[in-house]
Design a binder for this molecule. Structure first.
Ligand code: NFE
Ligand code: MG
Length: 493
C-alpha cells in the first residue's frame, strides 16, 4: 500500500495583519493541497448595538477595526441615511467619498510597504549601504546596534538581499511612513480627528468648509498622488518583475464581487457587477447569504436581512468565528481587484500592464495581480479626490441633520466600500432603537471558511496549489494570504 505523506502546518498567530488569524495548510509533495483560515476571536459588535439609538452605530461601528476606522463610520452613516429617509447635500456626499478615498489610498500604501514588502525584501541589506541618505544611514546604524534579527527575515525564504535591489524598498518603506502620516493629517482636517472620524453623520459632514481646509487637503492629496505615480506603482511593477512566479501563485476562484462606489460626481468610479467563473453578471444584493455550517454560530444560512449572530463556541465541525458569505451560492473575492475590474478604464489598464510583461488575464487573479490592482486603484481614488475637491461648493451646506431621538421605525442598507473590498451595513430600528444590525465586511468574504456545500472560502481556495520550498511554506503561504490584506477584526466583527 502506498503511504501518502501529508504535512500539516499551522501558522498562528499570523503576523503583520489586523486581528487574529491562523492558517492551517496540508502540504503534499511540496504543494499545498488544502487550507483552512480561522478567525480566532469573537467580537460581538452586531449584538451590542441592539437596543441603542441608531446614531450610536456610526460611532460604535468605527471601533470594529483599528485599521479601517473611517470606512465603517461611512457605511453606517449611509445605512442610517436610508433608515431616516434623508440624503446628504452634494457637499456632504462629496465629503463622505473624499474621506473614504483618502483613507483607502493611504491604507493601500501601508499595506504594500509596511505589511507586504517585508515578505520579499531582506532589510538587513542596509548593512551594506554606502550612500549618503541620512534616513537609510540611521536605519543602518539602528540595525547594527539592535542586531539584524530585529528588522529582517525571521522565516527562511528567497528574499531580495542584493543591496542595489533591496535598499530602494527600505528607503520607500520609510518614505511611505511619512506619506501615510500626511494622509492622516488630511483625514483629521475633514474628519475632526484620525483615526475615527467624528464629523461624519448620516446627513453629511459637520465641518465648516473653508478654502484653507480644502487647500490643505488638496496639497496632501497631491503629495499622495505624486508618491503613487513616482514610487508606489513603479515599486509594485518592480517587485512583480523580481518575483514573476507570483503572477501565477495564489490564483483561486475567478469570482469577483463589486457593489459599485464613489457616485458623488455623477458617474460612479466603480460600477456594480459580479464575475462568476470568468463570466460577468449584474450584481443583485438579494443573492447574498451568510452560511455558518463551519462557523461557531447557531442557526442556518441567512440573508443579512434576517441575519443573527449567536455564538456557539465548540460547535461540532466548526473551525472559525468568520461567517461564510456566498453570492448565489458562490464564494466571491472582493478587493481592489474586483473594483478595478468594474471601473471604467482600470481593467484595460491592469490587463495592459500584465500583457506588457507577458502575462495573461488569469494572472490578474494572483498574489502579484492583487498588489498591482491595489496600486492602480490608489491612483484612480486619488484622481477622484482631486476632481471631488474641486467640485465642493463653499456656499452650500455640508449636512442635513436628523433628530437623534426621532422614534424611527424601519430599515436601511448601505452598499459601501473599504480598502479590502466591499462593505455592507444593514440596520433595523423600532421606535427609535436598533433591533438588528448586520455587517458583511470584505475580509468576511475573502477569509470565509467552508460553506454548507463544503466549498472552501476564496483565500482557502487560492492557497491550494501553492508550491512550498521553505520550511513548510511559511513564506509562500504568507505572501498569498497577505495579498488579500487580511483584517480579522473586520472579518469577525
Ligand atoms: Ni479592518 Fe476593513 C472593513 C475589512 S476594510 S480593515 O470593512 O475587511 O479596509
Ligand atoms: Mg456580520
Amino acid at each position: 500500500m502506498e503511504v501518502i505523506k501529508i504535512a500539516v502546518k499551522k501558522i498562528s498567530p499570523f503576523t503583520r495583519i489586523e486581528g487574529h488569524l491562523s492558517v492551517e495548510t496540508e502540504v503534499k509533495d511540496g504543494v499545498v493541497v488544502s487550507a483552512r483560515c480561522r478567525g480566532e476571536m469573537f467580537r460581538g459588535f452586531e449584538n451590542l448595538l441592539i437596543g441603542r439609538r441608531p446614531l450610536d452605530a456610526q460611532r460604535i461601528t468605527q471601533r470594529i477595526c483599528g485599521v479601517c476606522h473611517e470606512v465603517h463610520g461611512i457605511a453606517s452613516a449611509r445605512a442610517l441615511a436610508k433608515l431616516y429617509g434623508i440624503e446628504p447635500p452634494p457637499n456632504g456626499a462629496l465629503l463622505h467619498d473624499i474621506i473614504l478615498a483618502i483613507h483607502m489610498a493611504s491604507d493601500h500604501m501601508l499595506h504594500f510597504y509596511h505589511l507586504s514588502v517585508p515578505d520579499y525584501v531582506d532589510f538587513g541589506a542596509v548593512l551594506k549601504y554606502k550612500g549618503r541618505d541620512p534616513l537609510i544611514k540611521e536605519v543602518k546604524e539602528w540595525v547594527k546596534l539592535k542586531g539584524p534579527w530585529l528588522f529582517t527575515r525571521k522565516v527562511p525564504g528567497d528574499y531580495l538581499d542584493e543591496p542595489k535591489k533591496a535598499i530602494p524598498f527600505v528607503a520607500h518603506y520609510l518614505k511611505a511612513l511619512e506619506i501615510v502620516g500626511r494622509a492622516a493629517q488630511g483625514l483629521a482636517v475633514l474628519g475632526g480627528k484620525a483615526p475615527f472620524a467624528h464629523t461624519v453623520f448620516p446627513g453629511g459632514v459637520t465641518i465648516e468648509l473653508t478654502p484653507e481646509k480644502v487647500a490643505k487637503v488638496s496639497d496632501i492629496v497631491d503629495d499622495l498622488y505624486r508618491f503613487t505615480l513616482e514610487t508606489y506603482l513603479p515599486d509594485v511593477l518592480r517587485l512583480g518583475n523580481l518575483f514573476p512566479e507570483y503572477f501565477h501563485i495564489g490564483q483561486g476562484y475567478f469570482n469577483l464581487i463589486c457593489y459599485g462606489g464613489f457616485y458623488s460626481l455623477g458617474e460612479p468610479l466603480f460600477k456594480p457587477g459580479v464575475l462568476i467563473d470568468g463570466e460577468e453578471k449584474p450584481f443583485e444584493v438579494e443573492k447574498i447569504v451568510e452560511h455558518v455550517a463551519y462557523s461557531y454560530y447557531k442557526g442556518e444560512a441567512r440573508s443579512f436581512r434576517d441575519g443573527e449572530t449567536k455564538p456557539a463556541y465548540g460547535k461540532t465541525g466548526a473551525y472559525s468565528w468568520i461567517k461564510a458569505p456566498r453570492y448565489d451560492g458562490y464564494p466571491m473575492e472582493t478587493g481592489p481587484l474586483s473594483r478595478v475590474w468594474f471601473s471604467k478604464n482600470g481593467r484595460q489598464e491592469l490587463l495592459g500592464y500584465l500583457k506588457k510583461s507577458g502575462f495573461n488575464e488569469k494572472c490578474a487573479f494572483s498574489t502579484m495581480g492583487r498588489h498591482l490592482a491595489r496600486a492602480l486603484e490608489t491612483r484612480l481614488l486619488l484622481e477622484f479626490v482631486q476632481r471631488a475637491l474641486a467640485a465642493l461648493d463653499f456656499n452650500g451646506p455640508t449636512i442635513v441633520t436628523v433628530n437623534p431621538e426621532a422614534p424611527v421605525t424601519g430599515s436601511g442598507m448601505a452598499l459601501s466600500n473599504a480598502a479590502r473590498g466591499e462593505l455592507l451595513h444593514y440596520i433595523e430600528a423600532k421606535n427609535g432603537y436598533i433591533t438588528r444590525y448586520q455587517c458583511v465586511t470584505p475580509s468576511t468574504w475573502n477569509f470565509s471558511p467552508r460553506d454548507a456545500e463544503k466549498r472552501p472560502g476564496p483565500v482557502e481556495k487560492a492557497l491550494e496549489g501553492t508550491p512550498v520550498r521553505f520550511q513548510e511554506g511559511l513564506i509562500e503561504v504568507g505572501r498569498v494570504v497577505r495579498s488579500y490584506d487580511p483584517c480579522l477584526a473586520c472579518s469577525v466583527h
